[in-house]
Design a protein around this ligand. Structure first.
Ligand code: DCT
Ligand code: MG
Length: 398
């Protein structure tokens, strides 16, 4: 079109995007030499607080990432996650396309989306995804605890379009986790507040103390990064006596059950085997003993009370809680791994591998050049081994 020839691409529909991208790539701006980037391509070399100055863009990228994830397209999914992560780290708001040329991880497609948003206030491509039936239904199904993209896809292919369709379908057998997911759907799809996380911390702490007075309990996950809300609450539980940690976890579970507040428990025994380290499998879940719980939290236990709607005054809510129990000599690696964000973790591992020839996971750090494990008792030790500046937990919201 004329507007494209003038170098002012106007994207009206998704099918035009490829053309727009080609136009952008050929434009003079794209061929001028870019100055040396000061923003690292690795999230572990950036400081990202919860203050996001580019939410309008990162929300769009996250929709694109999710849409690709639901279509099993890992490459583009990761590319959009990286692009979102870079923008989240900026202390300023992107106001023109020119500034993005100095930033890493922003491909042509991401640039097009930014340009659309700068011009129109929203992205037509993202709007189209958001109004797509398949996307909406897969998002709905995967919002149920225990339902992943594979199951959601299976249900969608069977023609199921709503929870009542799924629950009425005779051929579908829900596993225990999914049954609890549907049973507590309203509660666990609602965000957990900081005050609620604090209250759960008190409950777990009391249980842990009653069993082992010198136990170590640490709040991790998003709340450790200073987030105000989360989808669950994550804790690390361990004891200074090496080997006693797994027993501690099962005792905590028993105690919560006796208190009548354990609504669901999926316990996974430890499969941790020191002799199998280092693990070359990338992004694998760790092997420590852990449990995925749904707990009953009383209104009276939360400072300021539960955030419930007027018409729903039951006096309690269900909350998702994860507990992981590593041997104490693996504590620092587990803490670093469970503190997240996911993108921060991905890039820590990628940085270790690509820039240091080291393997990092929730169990250990291995130096492939020296052929030795590097010990750590704190997160700072691990950053130091990697030759990285220390990044505080609240700066890891990548
Ligand atoms: N984690 C990870 N890889 C996974 C799952 C989890 O590295 N496949 C890490 C990153 C964060 C931490 O474990 C806890 O996971 P979540 O609770 O899913 O993340 P969160 O950051 O706590 O987010 P939310 O606030 O929504 O709970
Ligand atoms: Mg969490």
């Amino acid at each position: 079109t004329d507007s494209m020839r003038e170098g002012k691409p106007v994207a009206v529909e998704t099918r035009h995007l490829i053309q727009v991208c080609d136009t952008l790539a050929a434009s003079p701006e794209a061929t001028t030499p870019t100055p040396v980037s000061t923003v690292s391509q690795y999230a572990c070399q950036r400081r990202t607080t919860t203050k996001n100055n580019n939410k309008i863009f990162t929300d769009a990228f996250e929709v694109l990432a999710e849409s690709h994830e639901l279509n099993d397209m890992e490459g583009p999914c990761l590319a959009f996650r990286r692009a979102a992560s870079v923008l989240k780290s900026l202390p300023w708001t992107v106001q023109n396309l020119r500034v993005t040329e100095d930033l890493p991880c922003l491909g042509e497609h991401s640039m097009c989306v930014i340009e659309e948003i700068l011009q129109h206030g929203h992205s037509f491509e993202v709007e189209k995804i958001l109004s797509d039936e398949r996307y909406q239904i897969l998002k709905l199904f995967t919002s149920v605890f225990g339902v992943g993209p594979k199951t959601a896809e299976k249900w969608y292919r069977r023609g199921l379009r709503s929870f009542s369709d799924v629950l009425a379908e005779p051929g579908i057998r829900l596993n225990r986790m999914q049954q609890s997911g549907f049973l507590h759907y309203g509660d666990i799809s609602r965000a957990v507040s900081k005050a609620e996380a604090q209250a759960l911390g008190n409950i777990i702490d009391e249980a842990v103390r009653a069993i082992t007075p010198d136990a170590i309990l640490t709040l991790t996950g998003g709340f450790r990064r200073g987030k105000d809300f989360g989808h669950d609450v994550d804790f690390i539980v361990t004891t200074p006596q090496l080997g006693k940690e797994e027993r501690l976890l099962t005792s905590v579970i028993d105690r919560l059950k006796q208190q009548g507040i354990l609504l669901y428990c999926e316990y996974q025994a430890s499969t941790f085997d020191e002799s199998k380290l280092p693990s070359h499998r990338f992004e694998a879940m760790d092997h420590f003993a852990k449990c995925f719980l749904i707990l009953r939290l009383e209104d009276s236990q939360v400072e300021g009370g539960l955030q419930t709607a007027e018409e729903d005054r039951r006096g309690w809510r269900a909350v998702r809680v994860d507990l992981v129990s590593p041997p104490v000599d693996r504590y620092a690696f587990t803490l670093l791994g469970w503190s997240g964000s996911r993108q921060f973790e991905r890039d820590l591992r990628r940085f270790a591998r690509m820039e240091r020839r080291m393997l990092l996971d929730n169990h250990a750090l291995y130096d492939k050049t020296k052929k030795e494990f590097l010990a750590a008792t704190t997160e700072k030790d691990i950053f130091a081994h990697l030759g990285l500046e220390y990044i505080e937990p609240w700066q890891r919201n990548a």
